[in-house]
Design a protein around this ligand. Sequence first.
Ligand SMILES: Cc1cc2nc3c(=O)[nH]c(=O)nc-3n(C[C@H](O)[C@H](O)[C@H](O)COP(=O)(O)OP(=O)(O)OC[C@H]3O[C@@H](n4cnc5c(N)ncnc54)[C@H](O)[C@@H]3O)c2cc1C
Length: 603
Amino acid sequence: MTAPLPADEVAAGVTTWLAAFGEALAAGDSAAAAALFTEDCFWRDLVAFTWNIKTLEGRAEISAMLDATLPWVQPGGWAITSGGEPASAGGVTEAWIGFETAAGRGRGHLRLRGGLCWTLLTTLDELKGHEEHRGPSRPKGVGHRADPARTTWLEDREQEASALGFTEQPYVLIVGGGQAGIGLGARLRQLRVPTIIIDKHSHPGDQWRSRYKSLCLHDPVWYDHMPYLKFPEHWPVFSPKDKIADWLESYTKIMELNYWADTEATSAAYDDQAGTWTAHVERDGEPLVLRPAQLVLATGMSGRPNLPGFPGMDVFRGDQHHSSAHPGPGRYRGQRCVVIGSNNSAFDICGALWEHGADVTMVQRSSTHIVRSATLMDIGLGALYSEEAVASGMTTDKADLVFASIPYRIMHLFQIPLYDQMRERDREFYDRLEAAGFDHDWGDDGSGLFMKYLRRGSGYYIDVGAADLVANGDVALARGQVDHLTEDAVVLEDGTQLPADLVVYATGYQSMNGWAAELISQEVADQVGKCWGLGSDTTKDPGPWEGEQRNMWKPTQQEALWFHGGNLHQSRHYSLYLALQLKARQVGLPTPVYGLQEVHHLR
Ligand SMILES: Cc1cc2nc3c(=O)[nH]c(=O)nc-3n(C[C@H](O)[C@H](O)[C@H](O)COP(=O)(O)OP(=O)(O)OC[C@H]3O[C@@H](n4cnc5c(N)ncnc54)[C@H](O)[C@@H]3O)c2cc1C
């Protein structure tokens, strides 16, 4: 075993690299800069260089990106940032860095191997001259002087709210006021971008309120914070859905968002000449036209139910609904319930129905990855998002950047060993599950839950107890494809009849560009293509390789149209980069997009 390098030697290695890198960039020498990377290198850029979310792989891609961007990015000031002293382990040195560009200030993360850069993360943190007014530059809240024309904070807020959308147009219209729209709206407010968030529900948080009664977040509290306002320390680890809903409602108020509830967007069209959208909305039933420059669809990645069209659904006499419309288990005591699907929602719903005395059958149509919640917390998330991580000085902000620093092309290599450990730890559990006939997988390459989420957004269950019900037969398991429904049963292709009073279709959700088809046109939906997925060429994530998630938080093939969403972690982190892209456009900064994604899949 090699002895660890002394700290000053590690820091000196990083300083030397940064100096050489900074010099090459200042000289506009892309080839010299690229030569400071290993052959198998990655540079992930979140808006700082590319005005895009983009990963460059290998020296040639880095050199080409620098050729195109250096003249206007003009980077400099590369330095190790305080509080994140470089550390070396296993031949890799890691360091936190800061830098500046002509437009803004950035933060980044560096991994060096043998004196060369293996992975580089660069992120835009703020725009020069357009910083958020916080800390020392926070607003005073009052003018300490005698002023007969004085208006109060509340009067100013009311004046703003009554003008925006009527006598003044918002620069950004966010359609969808779930956590994604709210978080982005909060960031845009701090950046002083006039924004309206609309939602067809009556209150912020209603999307969570309307979900099945037993739902609690499957991710732990440290992973779920909204921007700016963290959950208090007594907040439960796994937040019940109605608590999240109330938090979002309060957040909207505290952050003073221009949030229009009971407002539905009915259509939108972009005028290339004018550079504005014409968005038709109905507010409290009254039609209204908004003309924002930018349109963000934050309408939910789990918002467009993927409802199957099985023959016989029209003759079935019992209750049937998609999981998103499941009212909860109360009314199904003693009834025969068939849940089609075997991922998160299916397990949650089966568990709650069983707890309420229903006779439950789960229909598994394809394999599912299951990981036990406690195991996932300990092995998968613990180092970054846990009480222990907080105690060791890990902040949410830093954890988000560590996560972002791992390029998607190699992320599975970091994940596979973790899932190998999980498999060992819970071997007895998996044996029981498989003995019950459950078709379990670990992802195409053994990389587990998070890669499945990034690649296809489905195909897994974080076990919070219902898997045991399947393993021990309390919830019956049927495997196979649904052939049709009769008046009172689900019939599988092999002829198996599953008598049913209730059928729940826990069959997932459609791609977010479907929202664009609904609201704008099929043509625009096809022009931007599928949202989500990495192009990993694994199940439900067809290639070619994209390197980043399709269409999320970055420019699309439709001018001034953006998609925002994901889980709470992603919504929080990526809302910063989306907000900065929008702010830059609002104040007229040049924002040449490098490497705008091509469209390979329509849905
Ligand atoms: C059962 C379930 C469990 C989940 N558990 C977790 C978890 O544990 N952790 C986690 O991080 N994530 C979880 N998620 C995923 C994700 O966090 C949620 O789906 C979350 O609600 C997404 O937030 P969002 O703001 O992107 O979209 P949504 O919450 O779906 O909000 C979209 C909003 O858009 C509105 N809207 C749509 N069309 C229009 C229109 N034309 N006009 C006006 N308004 C419109 C809707 O009314 C809705 O309120 C879960 C999802 C589901 C379905």
